[in-house]
Design a protein around this ligand. Structure first.
Ligand code: SF4
Ligand code: FES
Length: 378
């Protein structure tokens, strides 16, 4: 359905005025009790001292609602690390945003959960690092996390709040996919995302330790398919598979400056969560510009919106309105130029070498220790 709409877009060099955004990812803090090796946050995390204050976040949420945003994803880091999280949640709900709290569940006791629900939290997305304590600890660098996550998941379901579990899959936990599916059912989650790692931030740094073998990915695809059939009506399973092994790139974030955007803890407005890696772009800050000004006229949004910036082979490709050339951040990270075709695409001259690199990295028997996310390790 959405693909048909995208295909019908005009391909003229003059881009039509963008539609308003549908979703905002508000990274209200980079502070987090976990230190996940797969984290997509930037290596240079925003310190607490640079975070937007309560009133500024509230203004951002009001502006988002006025601009047309429907879904607000409150994330981080760990969003509940902010003392004002309940106040922020209440304001977001009051201005009419559908609120999704993306959390590790660590440090959210029942009283805080009650306060968040009372303030208007519509949906909770809980990260899942593994199906037991050992893997959860190894991936997240935090002891005792699995027990806390179980308790939190049950507390959310007991309050009637829809729960999605988000399991980021990689080499360290790919063998636990069937158990994670069973845990999702046991917890009473409505939805499970089996999301293979996307290589940005800390995950890119740890790619050699995280890259799964092709045969393990293929097995996961079968496991997910089988479970989907068996659990119809009980659990919805969404799956994202690693694009290094794909033929075509993903439509990243629904297209650059097309559907969603992000605000960092310090107020930078980004077309996608990893856009800061494209360092030649100038990012406007909510302290200086309204969200509407930035969405429609910000130079970073203009840079890769639509198709007029494309080079070959994207420029003359029949899929250019389907995937918009893939991911700009991945193109930069793997080719050195954000305007290049995402090299996971089969039409990219680098496609073969990306697949070969993934296979080589995944085959190293002892890839060394992954680096845990942290404020000083970047
Ligand atoms: Fe997408 Fe560009 Fe590949 Fe065509 S060449 S499929 S537009 S990434
Ligand atoms: Fe930035 Fe894909 S993550 S465009």
């Amino acid at each position: 359905m959405s693909e048909t709409i995208l295909l019908d877009r005009p391909s003229a060099a003059v881009e039509p005025r963008p539609q308003p955004p549908l979703g905002l990812l508000a990274e209200v803090t980079h502070r987090c009790p976990l230190r996940c090796t797969y984290c997509s946050n930037p290596l240079q995390l925003d310190p607490k001292s640079s975070e937007l204050d309560t009133e500024t976040w509230k203004r951002v949420f009001s502006e988002a609602a006025e601009l047309g945003v429907i879904h607000l994803h409150m994330s981080g880091g760990e969003p509940t690390a902010r003392r004002d999280i309940v106040e922020l949640m209440r304001h977001a709900a009051e201005v009419g945003l559908y609120t999704n709290l993306i959390t590790s569940g660590i440090g959210v006791d029942e009283a805080k959960l009650d306060a968040l629900v009372e303030a208007g939290c519509d949906h909770i997305q809980l990260s899942m690092q593994g199906a037991d304590e050992g893997i959860t600890q190894r991936v997240g660098g935090y002891k005792g996390g699995f027990e806390r996550k179980q308790a939190f998941a049950r507390a959310v379901v007991a309050r009637g709040v829809p729960l999605t579990l988000n399991a980021v899959i990689h080499r360290m936990n790919i063998h636990q996919v069937p158990e994670m599916i069973e845990k999702a059912v046991e917890f009473g989650a409505k939805r499970l995302e089996i999301a293979h790692t996307q290589y940005y931030g800390w995950a890119l740094k740890n790619r050699a330790q995280l890259m799964p073998a092709r045969e393990d990915v293929d097995r996961t695809i079968e496991e997910v398919e089988t479970a989907r059939e068996r659990l119809k009506g009980t659990l919805v399973i969404d799956a994202v598979f690693p694009d290094y092994y794909a033929r075509y790139p993903k439509l990243c974030n629904g297209g650059w400056g097309t559907r969603t955007f992000s605000v960092t803890p310090s107020g930078k407005v980004l077309p996608c969560h990893a856009a800061e890696t494209i360092t030649h772009l100038g990012f406007w800050n909510v302290r200086d510009h309204s969200l509407a000004e930035t969405w429609y006229d910000g130079p970073a949004f203009e840079a890769y919106r639509g198709t007029s910036w494309m080079k070959e082979p994207c420029r003359s490709c029949e899929r250019k309105h389907v995937d918009f050339g893939g991911c700009r951040c991945q193109a930069l990270a793997l080719t050195g130029d954000a305007a290049n075709t995402d090299p996971v695409c089969i039409k990219s001259p680098l496609h073969e070498s990306i697949g070969a690199m993934a296979t080589t990295e995944s085959a190293v028997a002892e890839p060394g220790a992954a680096t845990y996310r942290g404020f000083r390790a970047g």
